[in-house]
Write a protein that binds this ligand. Structure first.
Ligand code: ZN
Length: 479
């Protein structure tokens, strides 16, 4: 199967929803106009009408050059403001790109057919996927032009700015590699899943994702904003790609994959590592559709790794912003929960990998998330990841203080150790990996021989109490 299809397929696990097509609600794909034309492209699931602001440029051979500055919408201090950002290395043609991001793409339209299945959980394991429209490189001809917020160009420029700042930060960190692979940026794909023989569908919206291999390149994906979330009062005044934290988080997955050397580091419960797992569409049974309220689940090594990968990405995003709490403040569902500098979840539960939390994550019975997305759902890899991000930041701070670049250098070593712990166990019967394996790797990163700073021992006891006794009653001494 074409890799362009295969890898985005996993993303369609995200959304889920069910909306009957009827006479007044056309089914597929008449509501969608391919974005290559001058027309707007719109779908009832999207919150905005997206469009190419400069369609003539897409087939033109003139214009282009270096982009120095652009006005884009950026979330800062609790609101979105037009912000003039500088682009150190952006080129407008051929294909919008920058150092590290080899090209920006748009226009992908992919359909997955689940046949007579009624929802994602009933869909066959490898449903047929078709490419309705392939992605194409996005060009900008007039490098001084201002683009409207909902234009494809503005979304791509905003994403590029966020990724470039995450990439520039990486290249300043001790231990970074000049061999970090270039990646692509895919904006506003229409990734659709059909159920009940085409009478019901879902669209992937309200998310960002890191896809290890899309058309042969690691790719950051910016999905359209969804109408349902807005109707629920969620993310009303902000697009998720306008929050610097979110694409820095995705860049963290890119770094984790490279430095851990785990090629499949995007695998796990959520497939292609989306930025969150909150439901973004209605469901006929529960009102939300993230997870079936019943059914079984099996947690394996890949799921443990996926949760730690989320923690790593949260931590990277936190350090890109200077290791200062607040970058997700005021953002529905994220806020304190995904802020590695804050010890408590939004509902005041402590970020602790307690026996009770572990039991919920490892449970073979699916639970339902709270309808209030600020309440942590301990079967979500992002929530376990948030505990890791907080705990490992405490451990690293005990060693090098609040210097974000120094702590990021420790992260790179941590990723390498995780790979060294993880890879040899795969394919063996007695792997015996636990979350403790990966938290231990963070301690090993900062240990001086067998000695740890007292504050690191305290953090290990506080955040990873299930495992800390074994580490601190023999292997390590605290000084
Ligand atoms: Zn993630």
């Amino acid at each position: 199967m074409d890799s362009r299809l295969l890898l985005l397929l996993t993303l369609s696990l995200l959304p889920a929803c069910g909306k009957k097509g009827g006479d007044d609600q056309p089914i597929i794909p008449s509501a969608m106009v391919a974005p290559h034309t001058t027309a707007e492209f719109f779908d009832g699931y999207f919150a905005s009408r997206y469009f190419i602001a400069d369609p003539a440029c897409q087939s033109s051979v003139s214009g282009g050059g270096k982009i120095d500055h652009a006005n884009v919408s950026v979330w800062r201090d609790g609101k979105v403001a037009q912000t003039n950002l500088s682009f150190p290395t952006a080129q407008a043609r051929p294909a919008l790109s920058s150092k590290g991001i080899s090209l920006a793409l748009y226009g992908l339209y992919q359909q997955t057919d689940c046949g007579s299945a009624t929802d994602a959980s009933q869909c066959q394991s490898t449903p047929p996927v078709s490419l309705v429209a392939a992605s194409t490189p996005l060009n900008i001809c007039d490098t001084n032009r201002e683009f409207v917020r909902t234009s494809v160009e503005a979304v791509a420029l905003t994403g590029l700015a966020m990724l470039e700042s995450a990439s520039v930060f990486y290249r300043k960190v001790d231990g970074h590699s000049s061999d970090l692979p270039e990646a692509s940026l895919l904006v506003l794909p229409k990734v659709e899943t059909l159920y009940q023989d085409g009478a019901t569908r879902s669209e992937a919206v309200d998310n960002l994702s890191y896809v290890p291999n899309f058309s042969g390149s690691p790719t950051f994906v910016i999905f359209p904003k969804g109408a349902f979330s807005v109707s629920m009062g969620r993310w009303v005044d902000v697009n998720l790609w306008e929050i610097p934290w979110t694409l820095a988080h995705e860049f963290g997955h890119h770094i984790f994959r490279f430095h851990s050397d785990i090629a499949a580091a995007a695998s796990g419960i959520a497939g292609a590592v989306p930025v969150h797992s909150f439901p973004t569409a209605p469901d006929s049974n529960t009102g939300f559709a993230l997870t079936a309220a019943s059914g079984t689940r099996h947690i394996g090594d890949a799921d443990l790794l996926a949760a730690v990968n989320e923690g790593f990405a949260d931590l990277y995003a936190y350090y890109v912003q200077g290791s200062v709490p607040g970058m997700t403040k005021g953002i529905d569902c994220f806020h304190e929960n995904r802020d590695a500098g804050i010890a408590l979840f939004a509902d005041a539960q402590p970020k602790v990998l307690s026996a009770a939390v572990l039991a919920q994550f490892m449970s073979t019975t699916k639970a339902s998330p709270n309808i209030d997305c600020s309440v942590p759902f301990y079967q979500d890899i992002h929530v376990i990841g948030a505990i890791f991000a907080y705990g490992v930041d405490q451990i690293f701070s005990a060693s090098v203080g609040q210097d974000a670049a120094k702590k990021t250098a420790l992260m790179l070593d941590w990723a390498k150790r995780i790979g060294q712990d993880y890879l040899p166990t795969q394919g063996t019967a007695s792997a015996n990996l636990t979350f403790g394996t990966f938290a231990h790797a963070a301690l090993a990163t900062i240990a001086n021989g067998s000695t740890l700073p007292v504050a690191a021992c305290d953090a290990a006891k506080k955040v990873f109490p299930t495992y800390s006794d074994a580490w601190l009653s023999g292997e390590f001494t605290c000084k």
